[in-house]
Write a protein that binds this ligand. Structure first.
Ligand SMILES: [Zn+2]
Length: 405
């Protein structure tokens, strides 16, 4: 019996008013993973289902050695709660974040701890970059004998295809149609899933939101990932939205919306794209006054600008404020376009949030969104934009399609 059968048999008839659970049995697994260790009572409350239904559904998972239930040791008297968590003895997942400047390879288990993250400078040639990532994958597999690598998740700074195997186009790397899955797959038992980096970061943040939340799972937010470029991930009802039909994978490509008519030229061929004004990378050229580099000069790194701002340098502070202004203008447009007023900022830009937050808010307040109530903008965890998102892609794939019960 597979996972879908388990959930359809048991949950579909008992979840009136919670339509997503019937459709997606993996919601229960995602809750356990995000909030583990967790009691059956809490699961029942948060999914708005009977405790007996929870029991029926976790039983085969415990039997299959995927979940374990144990008594939680708490100090003090009273009944010790029985809690569920994932077994992480044998399975692990590898993540590869292919960044425009640097890439990371790391691993995790269903328990959620990230280990062995290794960075390298991304070569300009896709074959060379994938070979470097592949070498690290092979090393991780060699270092974990007797354990099983289930899925490799890859986050890329561009569009992936509908099957999530190929990178279609990464403008900031100028890579086109790269078969990432074929290059990284270590053997035929391991699935490789390729995902846009903003969507991957959104999946990572969605898990954190499920963990922090004490009620249901219906999280909705827009994630704006600002690093070398800008990508947007959409989470609706705790699920990422990638678009539909032929547009699958395209949803969230806001980095190239025009924000300044006739503005700075962009790698995509257009002028005045949002990411030329509000990405972490755009801070470097803005800081230098948008003039060409002198031969001996190199662009300042974003973290260097932040550190100058922290040391009181006015030029660095103004640079970050200007970035914040453009970021806020774009965010107001995004909110108007998708109708989701909660925004999480991710990527390198988060390191300068102290200086960026105020102008972001002011720009949103000037827009029509500012006249409404209920909008919010907050900084996410830097990890999600790097290796965290790639690992999230791997684990989600396994929980959604890979379980063998
Ligand atoms: Zn562009």
């Amino acid at each position: 019996m597979n996972e879908t059968t388990v959930f359809q048999n048991d949950l579909i008839n008992t979840t009136a008013g919670v339509p997503n659970i019937a459709k997606k049995g993996s919601l229960l697994l995602r809750l356990i993973r995000a909030a583990q260790p967790i009691t059956r009572t809490e699961i029942a409350q948060r999914l708005e289902i009977d405790k007996s239904t929870v029991t029926e559904n976790v039983k085969p998972l415990i039997g299959a050695g995927i979940l374990r239930e144990e008594t939680l040791e708490v100090s003090g008297q009273g009944r010790k709660p029985r809690v569920l968590s994932f077994v992480d003895d044998n399975d692990y997942f590898i993540g590869v974040n292919l960044g425009v400047r640097t890439s990371q390879v790391g691993m995790t288990t269903l328990k959620g701890e990230i280990s062995e993250s290794d960075d390298f400078t991304t070569p300009a040639d896709p074959a060379a970059a994938l070979e470097m990532a592949r070498r690290r994958i092979d090393e991780l597999i060699e270092d974990n004998p007797g354990k099983i690598c289930r899925v490799i998740g890859v986050s890329v700074p561009g569009l992936s295809d509908v099957a999530r195997r190929r990178l279609i186009y990464a403008p900031n790397l100028d890579w086109r149609d790269v078969d990432v899955a074929a290059a990284l797959r270590p053997n035929e038992n391991v699935r490789v899933v390729v995902e846009n980096d903003a969507t991957a970061a959104a999946m990572y943040e969605a898990r954190l939101k499920i963990r922090e939340s004490s009620d249901g799972l219906m999280t909705n937010f827009v994630l704006v990932r600002s690093g070398t470029g800008i990508g947007v991930g959409l989470v609706i009802g705790s699920e990422v939205y990638r678009g539909s039909g032929m547009g699958r994978g395209i949803a969230g490509e806001f980095g190239h919306m025009t924000i300044v008519a006739g503005g700075k030229s962009c790698v995509c061929g257009n002028r005045g794209c949002w990411e030329r004004y509000a990405s972490a990378a755009s801070a470097a050229t803005l800081y230098l006054g948008d003039r060409p580099l002198r031969p001996t000069e190199s662009l300042p790194r974003f973290v260097e600008i932040v550190s100058k701002a922290e040391n009181g340098e006015i030029r660095a502070q103004r640079t970050l404020e200007k970035i914040g202004d453009f970021l806020g203008i774009g965010i107001a447009n995004v909110i108007m376009g998708v109708g989701i007023p909660r925004v999480i900022i991710s990527g390198r830009l988060v390191y300068g949030w102290r200086f960026i937050e105020k102008p972001v808010r002011e720009a949103i307040e000037r827009s029509i969104i500012g006249k409404t109530e209920g909008w919010s903008v907050e900084a996410g965890e830097p990890q999600g934009a790097a290796i965290g998102g790639a690992l999230e892609v791997a684990v989600e794939e396994y929980l959604t399609h890979g379980l063998n019960i």
